[in-house]
Design a protein around this ligand. Structure first.
Ligand SMILES: *Cc1c(COP(=O)(O)O)cnc(C)c1O
Length: 340
């Protein structure tokens, strides 16, 4: 693992915050220059978010030592690039069509991108991807279920990468709670080059609090903690996340409702003559191929309904991506589609 990590990160002496230096029981805290008057938020947050991780650990069945929490998955993606990729020397591998942040994050760090398109049925081309990689390929981003296509990658292909790719395999599972497939977290014990990303932004209904999760070997979690800003997850976010985790059944019910709506919406959509193809979805959205996607997009906008126009994206010719809404929202979408 060490040979994959940037030298400056290996040698980095991380910032030692007051909350980090003293861990234990005490009554009087005069160590962090905080305002002593209780506003509810006058104290710095727990830098390692023990409470949130404890509950998350039991729900997801991953030991606390293998969990990192960040300011959205986007922070975890950025930190991975900064930990492993030497600017202008190393690169990341992405498999388009895929989530846009991998490329943006790499570009901000002046790290190059190698793109190997998915096959026409939206699966990774393992041989082509491995052929495109070399000693400078530090990170391979696998988005599964994939955004914007909605499908999951075959587990066999993911494992081929884990066995043969020489860098770190990042499985971005932002949509895993909507999926019929199992999480890659169950492979963590077997593969030390695996990082699994999840988020509170989708199934947990907490996009506004900005909380993302990375599961990985203890060694990789150590690098995350070394590089992250000391108080990267604020008190309000930790509180909201803890509350949601402690009421897990609320999330489970919402996911069930969304899955039911996904099924209903898919059936209804496939009846419209302008719907040319409906792709199977393991996520909380549907990718739909439309005869004239721009015209339909404009019609929906005129009726104050916004979907994502993906019609210019590689392999997604003519496609709109539609998030599953509430029952009422989906009914309104269908009503508007009938007037098109
Ligand atoms: C929505 C999404 C995320 C979530 O990012 P956050 O920063 O946690 O909100 C991550 N990956 C993919 C593929 C997504 O679609």
């Amino acid at each position: 693992m060490q040979h994959l990590v940037r030298k400056n990160i290996l040698e980095l002496a991380p910032y030692a915050s007051a909350r980090h230096e003293f861990e234990g029981e005490a009554d009087v805290f005069l160590d962090a220059n905080e305002n002593p008057f209780d506003t509810g938020f006058n104290r710095y947050p727990d830098p390692l978010q023990h409470e949130v991780k404890t509950v998350l650990s039991s729900i997801k069945n991953v030991p606390i030592e293998n969990i990192f929490l960040g300011n959205g998955s986007d922070e975890a993606i950025d930190l991975l690039i900064r930990i492993f990729c030497e600017p202008r020397k190393d690169h990341i591998l992405i498999l388009p069509p895929t989530y846009g942040m991998y490329k943006v994050s790499a570009s901000i760090s002046d790290v190059a991108i190698k793109a190997v398109p998915l096959t026409p049925d939206f699966q990774p081309d393992v041989a082509a991807t491995l052929a495109a990689s070399d000693a400078h390929s530090k990170l391979l981003f696998l988005c599964t279920p994939n955004n914007p296509t909605g499908n999951s990658f075959e587990r066999g292909r993911v494992e081929e990468f884990l066995q043969q790719f020489k860098g770190i395999v990042v499985a971005d599972e932002a949509y895993i709670d909507f999926s019929s497939q199992k999480s890659c977290t169950e492979l963590l014990a077997q593969y030390t080059n695996l990082v699994v990303l999840q988020t509170f932004s989708k199934a947990w209904g907490l996009a506004g609090i900005r909380l993302g999760i990375a599961y990985a070997s203890q060694e990789i979690i150590g690098y995350f903690n070394k590089v992250k800003p000391p108080y990267n997850v604020n008190v309000l976010t930790q509180k909201a996340a803890l509350e949601a985790l402690q009421n897990h059944e609320v999330q489970q019910k919402q996911v069930q409702d969304i899955l039911e709506e996904r099924k209903k919406l898919a059936t209804a959509l496939s009846d419209f003559p302008f719907v040319q193809h409906l792709y199977p979805s393991d996520a909380n959205f549907l990718l739909v191929k439309i005869e004239d996607p721009n015209a339909l997009y404009r019609h929906l906008v005129s009726q104050k309904i916004i979907v994502r126009n993906r019609s210019t994206v590689l392999l997604c010719d003519g496609c709109l991506r539609i998030t599953i809404g509430t029952k009422a929202e989906n009914a309104r979408l269908l009503k508007v589609l009938k007037t098109y």
